[in-house]
Write a protein that binds this ligand. Structure first.
Ligand code: PEP
Ligand code: MN
Length: 333
């Protein structure tokens, strides 16, 4: 349920109303926009007398929120959420380009790619240290050592960094990581989501391989319901009957998620298509569809990459893509 307060309501009046609602065992989420303040009520609202609440002098409207996701819902928070990672903002008109290798392999590799993507204008550096691989015999990532090398690349370039967590036991290693990624395969690892919700770190939550957008938003809700509102949603392609691409990029996810939620939405065309040549057109389409950013894999030598070489751009290809994205973003303004 949401209660929209009238323009001109004083902070004391708002506090008083919140205290009353809390006395009914409800959690109250406050969203203060430029125009209106919205109170989002979470918990068993069946006993709230809607008539009584609507009749209060400071209350403009009261509505039930039928969707099961509440804190991620745009009705709870009409303005776009802007997530900040280091000095980079994502969402609400801020577009972020995240680039880097699928996996951190060696010091030379991550430093070379980090410097190249920074030079081309990337905002955030990616690199996997804990890799969720289909085969237990495939390269699993450098783990602790990978994070150490990624932190070195952060120091060398000043770029904020993002890397994936697979197990909450590794959380201490992420202390200086700017954004923690939850991969597609862990989108419904609810214990992991709840533990990440207890941190204040920005979380990039990828859509599961066969999950609906509502399920993605319910997973965001698991993080937010523990107190962490810094969630970025990521469309990375879903399983379909199509075999020409690794997954099927559901670009309609961008406007749909923007309508349903206030959280930033980014697109990963690398895992969506699986082919480097398809990455630039799909990244461009994502920007044109209104995404708040893209995440692409870049490798200094894709042919020798230990993971996902076929979908990795070379630094010059990434440079070209970034120029194209800037033009699209300019044209959209
Ligand atoms: C990744 O971004 O490194 C990754 C493994 O992606 P996904 O979880 O989308 O497969
Ligand atoms: Mn990858």
């Amino acid at each position: 349920m949401i209660a929209v307060l009238k323009h001109g309501t004083t902070p004391q009046q708002t506090e008083h109303l919140i205290a009353w609602l809390r006395s009914m065992n409800l959690d109250v989420h406050v969203s203060e926009g430029q125009e209106v303040t919205v109170l989002g009520l979470i918990g068993d609202t069946s006993r709230v007398d809607m008539e009584l609440l609507s009749s209060l002098e400071i209350v403009e409207t009261v509505k039930r929120v039928s969707e099961p996701f509440k804190q991620a819902n745009r009705k709870f928070h009409p303005n776009d959420t802007i997530v900040q990672a280091g000095n980079v903002k994502i969402g609400g008109g801020y577009f972020a380009v995240i680039a880097g290798p699928c996996s951190i392999e060696t010091e030379e590799q991550i430093l070379e790619v980090a410097k190249a993507v920074k030079e081309s204008g990337a905002d955030i550096l990616r690199g996997g240290a804990f890799k969720p691989r289909t085969s237990p015999y495939a390269f699993q990532g450098l783990k602790d050592e990978g994070i150490r090398l990624l932190l070195e690349a952060k120091k060398a370039t000043g770029l904020p960094i993002i890397t994936e967590i697979m197990n909450i036991r590794a959380l201490d290693l992420f202390a200086d990581v700017d954004i923690i990624q939850v991969g597609a395969r862990n989108m419904q690892n609810f214990d992991l989501l709840q533990e990440l919700g207890k941190t204040k770190k920005p979380i990039l939550l990828k859509r599961g391989l066969a999950n609906t957008l509502q399920e993605l938003l319910m997973s965001a809700e698991y993080i937010m319901s523990e107190g962490n509102e810094n969630v970025i949603l990521c469309e990375r392609g879903i399983r379909s009957f199509e075999t020409c691409t690794r997954n099927t990029l559901d670009l309609s996810a961008v406007p749909v998620l923007h309508e349903l939620s206030h959280l930033p939405v980014i697109v990963d065309p690398s895992h969506a298509t699986g082919k480097a040549k398809l990455v630039p057109p799909m990244a461009a389409a994502a920007a044109a569809a209104g995404a708040d950013g893209i995440m692409v894999e870049v490798h200094n030598n894709p042919a020798c990459a230990l993971c996902d070489g076929a979908q990795s751009l070379t630094p010059p290809q990434f440079d070209e893509l970034n120029r194209r994205l800037r033009k699209i973003r300019e044209a959209m303004q």
